[in-house]
Structures are given as structure tokens and as C-alpha cells.
Design a protein around this ligand. Structure first.
Ligand code: NDP
Length: 253
């Protein structure tokens, strides 16, 4: 019996990267996992197939976040699929992972780019939490993926880091609000983490990025997934409202 047997989980943005590794890990621990993506259903189905190959259970839900009606659309699909598989719409674990980065000169960033970052990275997680509250049982888990960039300066990512600062505030205040229900709310802050994108195939770039960690390597998606799995489990029951630095010591300077 895995630590999450009988539990259900939604991992937003789990068609690839950290989200995919998280879906795999939570499913390995026994959870039935909703694998969510924006539009790339084929990639989400690849995650589902990988979970099933591993002996786990998962299904995909597609909904673009950051557009009007986003959370409603996601939950309509989620509720339908959960009901079909479990007979209820109980959601034990919500992982707010989906996010977009900026990478724009701070003097060039447009209001439209700024709004998009906020809509996907901060507004959507807020309303996913709000919508999930009707489905989360007492003792449920909310895990928000933040970023080490809330602690170190990178001018190319000011607006992105601002959205992740907002995610940490979401964590802090909802943790107090949901304490009476035994629901824990925590943030995980990755450092540079290999998400399978092209830059991680460039040895020179990887060597430079590795230098930020005291372990002299870039993070693997499963490094983050394992931290999320801990927070999703009963082992973390006494931790709420916290920011867990999962940057391989990047913040140590
Ligand atoms: P990826 O870019 O590899 O994957 C992003 C995931 O989010 C995909 O599943 C994608 O779906 C989904 N997604 C993106 N935009 C939307 C949207 N508008 N609506 C719905 N889903 C969306 O991300 P990472 O694995 O790199 O990052 C995961 C989280 O970790 C993010 O919140 C990121 O900010 C954070 N983080 C990452 C770091 C890193 O170095 N990788 C460092 C610090 C924090 P689809 O496939 O359909 O596009």
C-alpha cells in the first residue's frame, strides 16, 4: 500500500517537466492522478501512459489557464472523470504547478505580457484553490510551485518573480484560513530544474546553470516531485504555510 493509496490528486501542468514527474511520483505512491495540460493532450496522454506503465492510475484533463472560464472548464472535466472512476468528486491533493516564465527585458515588458504572467501564474492558482475547496476533505493538501526567484534577483524575470511572490502569499494566507479543516498549504521553490526544454541539451549552458547549486548540477524534475510527494503525504501533517527551498542550495550564495 502506497502512502497515497485511495487519494486523488490534480497536478496542473503535468504534461511535461516538473508536473509530469510529480504526477508519476504521486501515482507511484498510490494516488489516482488527474494529469492536466493547456492544449497538448498528446503529451498529457504520454504522462498517463507512463503512469499506467508504472502500475499507477491517471487520466488527462485539458483546459487552458489564464483565460475567462478556465477554472470552471478544468473542474467540469475533473469532476466528471473523478465521478466516473471513484463515484465521488473528492479531491485530496491539489498541486498548482502550471506556469509560464517571462524572460523579457524589464524595460521592454508590455502590459499584455505582464497580464498573461499574472493570469496563468497567480490568478489561476487562486481560483483553483477556491474552486477546489468544495472537493477537498478535511486533511487535504494544497501544494503551490513557487520559485527560488522569489529570493534572488534576476531582472529578466521581475514580473515572473512577482507572480511567484503572489503564490507564496496565497500559501501563507490560505494556510491560516484552512487550518481549522486540517488542510495544509505549502509552497515549493525549485531552482534551475531540467524540464526537458532545449537549453538542457546544451552542455555549456548546463554547466553554467549547474554552478548555481552547491551540488554543482541542475535539478531534475524528480528532485522537486519527491518534495511535493512528501508534502502530499501524512508525514508533512505538521507543516503548513511554509516555503520549502528545493533549489539544491542555490540560495546559500
Ligand atoms: P514546463 O514549461 O516544462 O511545463 C509547463 C506545464 O504547464 C505544461 O504541462 C503546460 O501544458 C502547462 N501550462 C503552461 N501554460 C499553461 C496554461 N496557460 N494553461 C494550462 N496549462 C499551462 O514547466 P516546468 O516544469 O519548467 O515548471 C513547472 C513549474 O515550476 C512552473 O510553475 C514554473 O514556474 C516552476 N519553476 C520551474 C523552474 C525550472 O527551472 N524549470 C524553476 C523554478 C520554478 P502544455 O504542455 O499543454 O503547454
Amino acid at each position: 500500500m502506497g502512502k497515497l493509496s485511495g487519494k486523488t490528486a490534480l497536478v496542473s501542468g503535468s504534461s511535461r517537466g516538473i508536473g509530469r514527474a510529480t504526477a508519476l511520483r504521486l501515482a507511484r505512491d498510490g494516488a489516482l492522478v488527474a494529469v492536466h495540460c493547456s492544449s497538448n493532450r498528446a503529451a498529457a496522454e504520454e504522462t498517463v501512459a507512463a503512469v499506467e506503465k508504472d502500475g499507477g492510475r491517471a487520466f488527462s484533463v485539458v483546459a487552458e489557464l489564464g483565460v475567462p472560464g478556465d477554472v470552471h472548464e478544468l473542474f467540469l472535466a475533473l469532476e466528471r472523470e473523478l465521478k466516473e472512476r471513484t463515484g465521488t468528486t473528492t479531491l485530496d491533493i491539489l498541486v498548482n504547478n502550471a506556469g509560464v516564465m517571462g524572460g523579457v527585458d524589464p524595460e521592454e515588458l508590455t502590459p499584455e505580457q505582464f497580464d498573461r504572467l499574472w493570469a496563468v501564474n497567480a490568478k489561476a492558482p487562486y481560483f483553483l484553490v477556491q474552486r477546489a475547496l468544495a472537493h477537498l476533505p478535511d486533511g487535504g493538501r494544497i501544494i503551490n510551485i513557487s520559485s527560488g526567484l522569489t529570493r534572488v534577483a534576476n531582472p529578466q524575470e521581475i514580473a515572473y518573480a512577482m507572480t511567484k511572490g503572489a503564490v507564496d502569499q496565497l500559501t501563507l494566507h490560505f494556510a491560516k484560513h484552512l487550518g481549522p479543516r486540517g488542510i495544509t498549504v505549502n509552497s515549493v521553490g525549485p531552482g534551475i530544474t531540467d524540464n526537458g526544454s532545449a537549453v538542457f541539451s546544451d552542455p555549456e549552458a548546463v554547466a553554467a546553470m549547474a554552478g548555481y547549486s552547491v551540488f554543482n548540477r541542475v535539478g531534475e524534475a524528480r528532485d522537486i516531485a519527491d518534495v511535493v510527494a512528501f508534502l502530499a503525504s501524512d508525514d508533512s501533517r505538521w507543516i503548513t504555510g511554509s516555503y520549502l527551498d528545493a533549489s539544491g542550495g542555490t540560495l546559500l550564495g
